[in-house]
Design a protein around this ligand. Structure first.
Ligand code: 8Y4
Length: 286
């Protein structure tokens, strides 16, 4: 399966790596790392982006809004000011395939004009104007499931059957996209690990990830350094690399097409070992 992302063709027959580029001054994990004298430095962002591409990132995911519970609310203008210059630079200077982590109609439109290749929306195009804006871009869209809103999503997540409810939500959003003129070939789906889910919900979703494939769209997952690893291993956010790699491999084994990560080089090694094993098994030995 090949996904057409602006000028880039993304071959999803083997799992692809999406590197995280947070353009937020207050991000949970790697936030603040591109700040110079309190301002986001385009040079530092470009340096990190070049490094991730050299390490094997297939996509760079640029986000200007933190969805961490308690994070500051970002105005539309602030999000535009953060994200658009970065998208432009990554496309123009590095020729990168850029996905834009946004729920905002104007950011979707302007990012596409600057050459972004994928829209990644944790609110699944439910904000005012987002569905129409995304439809007009012609770009692939990642629809993610979230229960509640970032400020309250982890208060007391509850499901009758987490797999069924996540599947039904994603199917509804696929239908909404279809009605807005976004064809099935442009849609990616994501169960939204950590977005209104307990540890048990997250583990059930990963264990049963193959069931989401029935929706007929490639699956994107974001598990890197997330708090399920804190709960599972009692480790701080900087101590979650081995756990993140185990989750990335588990997701790849269960059919994930795109894996969103902080640690590109290490994830690339894991996926290279996996593909060597797969290729060995299908070769004819004489
Ligand atoms: C430590 C590290 C603690 C990371 C929290 C976090 C996803 C996503 C995010 C995801 C898609 C995050 C933008 C949350 N997660 N997009 N975005 N899927 N498609 N938290 O799972 O990384 S941000």
């Amino acid at each position: 399966m090949i996904l057409q992302c602006a000028k880039h063709c993304l071959d999803l027959s083997t799992p692809k790596i999406m590197g995280i580029l947070n353009i937020t001054p207050d991000s949970f994990s790697d936030g603040g790392s591109y700040l110079q004298e309190g301002r986001i430095s385009l040079d530092l962002v470009l340096k990190r982006a070049e490094q991730m591409l050299a390490e094997g990132a297939d996509i760079l995911d640029v986000g200007g809004e933190s969805t961490r519970p308690g994070a500051a609310i970002v105005s539309e203008q602030e999000e535009l000011d953060r994200v658009i210059p970065v998208v432009e630079a990554l496309v123009q200077k590095l020729g990168a395939l850029v996905s834009v982590d946004t729920s905002t109609a104007s950011v979707i439109e302007e990012s596409a004009q600057k050459g972004a290749g994928i829209i990644n929306d944790v609110r699944a195009l439910m904000r005012d104007g987002a569905l129409g804006a995304a439809a007009k871009t012609g770009l692939p869209i990642c629809l993610m499931h979230m229960q509640g809103q970032p400020h309250n999503m982890q208060d007391a997540p509850r499901y009758e059957d987490v797999i069924v409810e996540v599947s039904e939500f994603l199917q509804q959003r696929i239908n909404a996209c279809s009605a807005a003129g976004i064809t099935k070939e442009r849609i990616l789906i994501d169960p939204g690990f950590g977005f209104g889910k307990t540890l048990a919900h997250n583990l059930a979703l990963l264990a049963r990830l193959p069931e989401l494939a029935a929706l007929g769209a490639p699956i994107l997952v974001g598990l890197s350094r997330k708090s399920l690893l804190g709960q599972l291993l009692n480790r701080g956010v900087d101590e979650r690399l081995p756990g993140s790699l185990a989750l990335a491999l588990a997701a790849a084994e269960r059919g994930a097409a795109i894996i969103r990560v902080h640690d590109v080089a290490a994830t690339k090694d894991v996926l290279s070992v996996r593909s060597a094993l797969i290729n060995s098994a299908i070769k004819i030995h004489s």
